[in-house]
Ligand binder design. Structure first.
Ligand SMILES: Nc1ncnc2c1ncn2[C@@H]1O[C@H](COP(=O)(O)OP(=O)(O)OP(=O)(O)O)[C@@H](O)[C@H]1O
Ligand SMILES: [Mg+2]
Length: 158
């Protein structure tokens, strides 16, 4: 089953939203196969956000993700990368009629319902299955991933 890395960022933990956000993924039918609360070392933050190195917002992004603990998890399910990104919503939570929809979070998504700024957008989610594999390996040791059979699987997967 496809796996994806999800981080509940420091704002989600500080605002007491971790339970509510995990519930949204569980209700969608995604299966939690790894979960931990952790402080993010500077080197891990830089490696994780390596594609953004050199961008003007990069230092602030590293400072934000390392500023306070995150909850890191691996979610599994069919097309889990796409499904999680859809539930999370686009990068920027606030938008208007002239903005391209894909970059922005619609109401009903996590960012559309709980966030106001792209620099405090609560959740990270892998953007492709290939990056999902890489990011899961970056954040979790193999033995931290626990595949398990869920009794409701047959009601979620056809
Ligand atoms: N222009 C910007 N100004 C401030 N922060 C930004 C900006 N662009 C991106 N970010 C921050 O960097 C993160 C990574 O950017 P990316 O383009 O990968 O967005 P994303 O894929 O929607 O979010 P994430 O990778 O966290 O799931 C964003 O979630 C956001 O917190
Ligand atoms: Mg991204």
């Amino acid at each position: 089953m496809e796996q994806t890395l999800v981080l509940l960022k420091p704002d989600a933990v500080q605002r007491g939203l971790t339970g509510e956000l995990i519930t949204r993924f569980e209700r969608r039918g995604l299966k939690v196969v790894a979960l931990k609360l952790m402080r993010v070392p500077d080197a891990l933050a830089r490696q994780h956000y390596g594609e953004h190195e050199g961008r003007p917002f990069f230092p602030g992004l590293v400072e934000y993700i390392t500023s306070s603990p995150v909850v890191a998890m691996v979610l599994a399910g069919p097309q889990s990368v796409k499904a999680v990104r859809q539930t999370v919503g686009g990068t920027d939570p606030v938008w208007g009629p002239d903005d391209p929809a894909a970059k922005f979070a619609l109401p009903g998504t996590i960012r559309g319902d709980f966030a106001l700024m792209k620099g405090r957008n609560l959740v990270h989610a892998s953007d492709t299955p290939e990056n999902g594999v890489k990011e899961v390996a970056l954040w979790f040791r193999p033995e931290e991933i626990v595949p398990w059979a869920r009794d409701t699987d047959r009601w979620l997967y056809e």
